[in-house]
Design a protein around this ligand. Structure first.
Ligand SMILES: Nc1nc2c(ncn2[C@@H]2O[C@H](COP(=O)(O)OP(=O)(O)OP(=O)(O)O)[C@@H](O)[C@H]2O)c(=O)[nH]1
Ligand SMILES: [Mg+2]
Length: 308
């Protein structure tokens, strides 16, 4: 491949509080849903790579969990995951929401500054700012004379994407060419995306502590184009939904299985959309008491930071 002239390519870490809209922004940038979103905080667990490309540059956005103070069990993984994502990035995008408190913004800005990497700041959820009201974090930004741009990843996704990319491309290192195939939107496997879409549907259809004690694992994935087990053109995906307590199993399943049916139907639609073909989705709920604090199970589920 001949080297491209003035080409830039690199990794950008998304840093923000839980619920700031990092995953929504990533999906907006790509025009496709690759990272799950919910109205509840701590939706994203393991990092998700989203690849944006044009003829002059490529940015690999790395969506990460929102910042978290707690350090036990799965929360310790979330915390380590954020640190590792930042360490491996060429630049950081600090995503503040319009209602992110001044103190939280200060903490996030200090993480970005101490990373030693170039960074940019956006205020997301600008649609929630009435009239000419300023974001809550404004004093913290003013104090450090930090420039920012206000966007709405949800309501004005295209503009949000353009603003973000325009500010980040100049921060990327020069490169001979793209790091990944320019047609590729993500490096995640369909197996992982399928498990995540099921988890997203579980977030939507359960409440209180249940989503936080819930994980999803694909136990079998039959691709009709590759598997000798295939008997039709339908992709067959078998998932295990893991919950922490026996009482949670009944809630996830619901009366006469009604809730699990909703979860399955929502997840199947999301998977079919990204896969572009029909899907048969089989869900099974299992109780694994205290899994969020069990190192072996956390590892099995991929909730462990892989050091290179
Ligand atoms: N009003 C408004 N809501 C938004 C905007 N962007 C995201 N949201 C909503 O904010 C909630 C959280 O969005 P996510 O993208 O899951 O947030 P996140 O930062 O990835 O959260 P974690 O994964 O928990 O760290 C969802 O209900 C989104 O629909 C926006 O621009 N405006
Ligand atoms: Mg997220």
């Amino acid at each position: 491949m001949t080297a491209k002239k003035n080409y830039r390519a690199g990794f950008v870490a998304l840093l923000g509080e839980p619920n700031a809209g990092k995953s929504t922004l990533l999906n907006a940038l790509l025009g496709e849903q690759i990272s799950i979103v919910s109205e509840k905080p701590q939706t994203t667990r393991s990092r998700v790579h989203g690849i944006w490309s044009d003829s002059n540059a490529q940015i690999v956005f790395v969506d990460a969990p929102g910042t978290i103070e707690s350090t036990s069990g799965i929360n310790s993984f979330l915390k380590e995951e954020i640190v590792d994502v930042i360490n491996k990035a060429d630049a950081v995008l600090v995503v503040l929401a319009a209602d992110t408190e001044e103190d939280s913004a200060r903490k996030l800005l200090s993480v970005a500054k101490s990373s030693g990497k170039p960074f940019q700041v956006i205020i997301n959820k600008s649609d929630l700012l009435k009239g000419d009201r300023l974001p809550k974090s404004w004093p913290a930004l003013l104090e450090d004379k930090i420039e920012f741009v206000a966007v709405s990843a949800l309501k004005k996704s295209k503009e949000a994407g353009q603003e973000v990319v325009g500010r980040l491309v100049p921060l990327m290192p020069e490169a001979e060419g793209p790091l990944f195939d320019e047609e590729l939107l993500t490096t995640e496997t369909m197996r992982k995306l399928a498990a995540e879409f099921v988890r997203e549907a579980c977030f939507h259809h359960t409440r209180q502590e249940i989503p936080y004690g819930l994980a999803v694992r694909v136990t079998k994935y039959i691709d009709p184009n590759e598997s000798s087990e295939a008997d039709s053109d339908v992709t067959k995906i078998y998932c295990e939904i893991i919950v922490e307590k026996p009482a949670h199993k009944g809630i996830v399943i619901g009366a006469k299985g009604a809730n699990l049916k909703k979860i399955g139907s929502d997840a199947r639609k999301s998977i079919e959309k990204i896969l572009g073909s029909r899907v048969y989705l089989d869900l099974h709920v299992d109780v694994r008491e205290g899994w969020t604090k069990n190192k072996r199970i956390l590892k099995e589920l991929g909730y462990v930071v892989v050091k290179e």
